[in-house]
Design a protein around this ligand. Structure first.
Ligand code: ADP
Length: 467
């Protein structure tokens, strides 16, 4: 049974739960109403009237002069009676009204009940006024302490509660099945409509594969659970696609870039082995092979960094940093490289703080300072400036190097872009530093821009939005 239930569609199960739950709720709700109405007003009026009779017998006292006492106190039969006590009247042996105690003023009653049949117990309904119907219960009454047998009549408002209850019962019996049927049909139709996007998502998801990651799930209503699920799934697919693309590029870049150093390595080895050589010559050959191997290692390291940043593998741990102090520390770390070339790094800072990933940001900034040191002449000045703008913070690195020619600017941040290949190679550059910097900045929500410096040189600017 459980297995059968689990195999049903969500739509079917929802509709069944909806119907069963709705039926139970409605049934208990109507049963409660019925019981409540019955308790309050459903008890037979005759029963109430006979209780009234007992109460009157207990409390009333008829004096010899035909006046009454109620609970031991004299009663004025002309004044309206309270609604709290039973309403009643006495008729003597001659069929004359002795006294009537009810809460209606004379003026309201147009047609008081006529004298009862003597000696008989009767129940009747009287219209005493157009808007007033009374149920009247007449019983012979043996006046205590006398021989007289009077008639006593108890009265209550005639309310057709029995009819009302019957009608209520009919409504429940007829309406409940209709309501339940509507619930079932409505439940099925509604769940079918609401869950339709799920069917579409299943169909679309079936077409997504590693070979075709460009498809996305349809987002019907972005505000409901299914829409949100589809959006989250699509974001995951975006990331997955970015990782796959980065991996593809890594494989392509690696096989392209590794070919030359590997060929160099191989030919140096082959040439070295072509004839026997002195120990000195071997040392030199092995040295240059090791150099090439080291270069290869560095290249692979850089490629991995770039693939990580572009594929979204770089983890982001944000924390608040004092940017002015942070930049001063970064510059301090690279100071030794500048000193070797007798360059001077000047830092100009406005105090400011920003929340970002300090590791990725440091890497980005160090790449720029490293480039400035590499690509500007000895004894030149490098200026690092921290600016606190209302909506963002900026760190710019300006050098006095050759700058970037206008035709090269467009390609500056492309992977493996090196305008001066020969020099880049000796200084160890692969043309990946700016791509990595740009990818890191994108990961932490910032930007990298270039602009030529005056009168010569370059300015690279990192911008991080606040908040
Ligand atoms: P790498 O420095 O490893 O070659 P980058 O991506 O950092 O790679 O730089 C790419 C190219 O852009 C460099 O080879 C260089 O020609 C040029 N470049 C980068 N920074 C500067 C700079 N500050 N001044 C002049 N040219 C630069």
């Amino acid at each position: 049974m459980i297995a059968w239930w689990e195999r049903r569609t969500l739509r079917f199960r929802l509709a069944v739960w909806y119907a069963v739950g709705g039926t139970l709720l409605l049934t208990s709700f109507t049963a409660t109403i019925y019981l409540f109405v019955y308790e309050r007003m459903g008890r037979p009026l005759a029963y109430e009237l006979s209780r009234d009779l007992e109460e009157v017998r207990r409390r009333v006292e008829v004096l010899p002069d035909h006046s009454f006492r109620w609970n031991g106190r004299p009663v004025d039969t002309h004044a309206p009676w309270t609604t709290e006590y039973p309403w009643f009247e006495f008729w003597d042996e001659q069929g004359k009204l002795v006294g009537r105690l009810w809460p209606f003023a004379e003026s309201r009653v147009t047609q008081p009940p006529s004298a009862p049949f003597r000696g008989r117990e009767t129940v009747a309904i009287y219209n005493v006024a157009p808007d007033l119907r009374l149920r009247v219960y007449s019983v012979p009454y043996q006046v205590p302490g006398r021989n007289d047998v009077w008639m006593i009549r108890l009265m209550r408002i005639h309310e057709p509660t029995g009819d009302a209850l019957g009608a209520l019962r009919l409504i429940i019996v007829v309406a409940l099945p209709i309501v339940v049927a509507l619930l079932v049909v409505g439940g099925y139709v509604i769940t079918r409509r609401w869950l339709k996007p799920l069917d579409q998502m299943v169909t679309e998801a079936n077409h997504i594969s590693a070979a075709d990651l460009s498809r996305r799930l349809p987002v019907g209503n972005p505000h409901d659970e299914l829409g949100r699920l589809a959006s989250v799934f699509n974001v995951t697919l975006d990331r997955l696609q970015a990782s796959f693309d980065a991996l593809d590029r890594f494989v392509a870049d690696a096989s392209h870039e590794l070919r030359t150093p590997l060929t160099t390595l191989r030919s140096v080895g082959e040439v070295g082995l072509r004839r026997s050589r002195t120990v000195e010559e071997y040392r030199e050959i092995i040295g240059s092979m090791l150099e090439e191997a080291q270069r290869l290692q560095r290249l692979i390291q850089r490629l991995l960094e770039l693939a990580g940043a572009e594929g979204g593998a770089a983890e982001v741990h944000r924390s608040e940093i004092r940017l002015d102090e942070f930049v001063a520390a970064c510059v301090g770390e690279l100071g030794i490289l500048a000193e070797a070339r007798r360059q001077q790094i000047l830092v100009q800072s406005e105090p400011c703080a920003v929340t970002t990933d300090s590791v990725l940001f440091r890497q980005a900034l160090q790449n720029l300072i490293d480039n400035a040191i590499k690509y500007s002449p000895d004894r030149s000045v490098i200026r690092v400036r921290v600016r606190n703008r209302p909506d963002a913070v900026e760190v710019s690195v300006t050098d006095e190097g050759a700058g970037i020619t206008p035709e090269n600017r467009a390609h500056l941040m492309e992977r493996f872009f090196r305008p001066d290949r020969g020099r880049g190679r000796t200084s160890g550059g692969f043309g990946l530093g700016l791509s990595i910097t740009k990818a890191y900045m994108r990961v932490i929500g910032g930007t990298l821009e270039y602009e030529p410096a005056e009168p010569r040189g370059s300015t690279f600017r990192l911008t991080l939005p606040k908040g």
